[in-house]
Design a binder for this molecule. Structure first.
Ligand SMILES: Cc1cc2nc3c(=O)[nH]c(=O)nc-3n(C[C@H](O)[C@H](O)[C@H](O)COP(=O)(O)O)c2cc1C
Length: 370
């Protein structure tokens, strides 16, 4: 039997002291109000999972123009801050720690969410595929309509300045809402990733071209965020090898080294790397960049993607990662840490309720009783 002890050892990520190395990965579950305000059931859901080393919240929009998903939470109004404070209080009351994932969707925002406006992106290249559109008035079916992504308007300096300021304000609001820190969402084809990867960034100004330019937006966002919060409470999520939604980079290894160097400049608490060890929700890359990232960053790395308890413990024991995050397993296993400790079976989620619904398939997954 594999020795899982490494999973349950404490670890320090910057200013964050974690009692174990099992991280709850960010999971969009779309249980906020239609006005993007967190709800009481979200507090209950996160509190149920508070015994993990660290909860990374679902992606949370920093600006209404960067919000393109039905019923996801935001962090740009006082009402949102107050509602999030109830969530962090519930998690802290159960002894947990939680960071807020700061999110701007850029070119992946459907015009339906922003009054029919064209979304913004680095270059006039549409995302590949389709996404959830808002629920039509009077429609009470479980499933949401889908629409194709549109061609974004290439961002001008004023658009870039607005995005940077929105991330800064998001961090300030996260601190006011009682979060232990923030995680800047630089992964999964959203705005920062759109600037990082060469396929989506065809700009000829100081934000495009060589990789040193493509990391400029990230550096400026981290500058704004670290003006609001100590760097030891700031993490960064990236997925440089992911090609989903029409992403792609000519040299992911070089990109990982450039991002790692920027994160080192700021002394970030951690980098959260999505680099699956098996294909499933996302593809396993042909050429992993974990080593490139670690060499350039020199700080703590949370690795993610298709892990179970045994592979997670192996990665930590071999010194490849400092902690491992679990996404899909956290949907149906609020007590994942306890199940890992006891060897109890891991429950399977009903994905019909992954991105829609209320309490069913959200807060009603039971803990394991032996
Ligand atoms: C329902 C669902 C929602 C997700 N929402 C987010 C999100 O809000 N932010 C993010 O960075 N990743 C999100 N992801 C990706 C997960 O954090 C994670 O990278 C992915 O599930 C792979 O990890 P796993 O193999 O442990 O599930 C989501 C995944 C799922 C299945």
């Amino acid at each position: 039997m594999t020795d899982l002890a490494a999973l349950f050892e404490p670890v320090t990520l910057g200013a964050l002291e974690l009692p174990n190395r099992v991280i709850m990965a960010p999971l969009t579950r779309a249980r906020a109000t239609e006005g993007n305000v967190p709800t009481a059931m979200m507090g209950e859901y996160y509190a149920q999972r508070a015994d993990c080393g660290l909860i990374v919240s679902e992606a949370t929009a920093v600006d209404p123009l960067g919000m393109g998903w039905y019923r996801v939470p935001g962090i740009w109004t006082d009402e949102m801050v107050d509602a999030w404070r109830a969530v962090t209080s519930a998690v802290h009351a159960r002894g947990g720690r939680m960071v807020l994932q700061l999110w701007h969707m850029g070119r992946l925002v459907l015009p339906d969410y922003i009054g029919g406006e064209q979304p913004i992106g680095p270059s006039a290249i549409a995302g590949e595929g389709e996404t959830f559109a808002p629920r039509p008035h009077g429609d009470d079916s479980l499933f949401l309509p889908m629409k194709r992504y549109v061609v974004p308007r290439p961002m001008e300096q004023a658009d870039i300045d607005r995005v940077i300021a929105a991330f800064g304000k998001g961090a300030r609001n996260a601190a006011a809402a009682g979060f232990d820190g923030v995680e800047v969402h630089g992964a999964n084809g959203y705005i920062i990733d759109q600037f990082l990867q060469s396929k989506t960034n065809q700009r000829s100004d100081a934000y495009g071209g060589p990789v040193e330019n493509r990391v400029r937006l990230l550096r400026e966002v981290l500058g704004a965020v670290s003006a609001e919060m100590e760097p030891g409470r700031i993490g960064l999520r990236i997925s440089p090898t992911s090609e989903r939604k029409g992403m792609g980079d000519s040299d992911p290894g070089a990109l990982a080294r450039a991002v790692g160097a920027v994160a080192r400049e700021f002394g970030l608490a951690y980098i959260h790397l999505i680099e699956p060890i098996a294909s499933g929700f996302m593809e396993k890359p042909e050429r992993p960049v974990l080593d490139d990232l670690r060499a350039a960053f020199g700080g703590k790395v949370i690795q993610n993607g298709s892990f179970d308890a045994a592979t997670a413990a192996q990665f930590i024991t071999q010194g490849k990662a400092d902690a491992i995050s679990f996404g899909r397993p956290y949907i149906a296993n609020p007590d994942l840490v306890t199940r890992f400790r006891s060897g109890a079976p891991i429950a399977l989620a009903n994905f019909d309720y992954a991105y829609v619904g209320e309490e069913t398939g959200y807060t009603d997954y039971p803990v394991h009783v032996s």
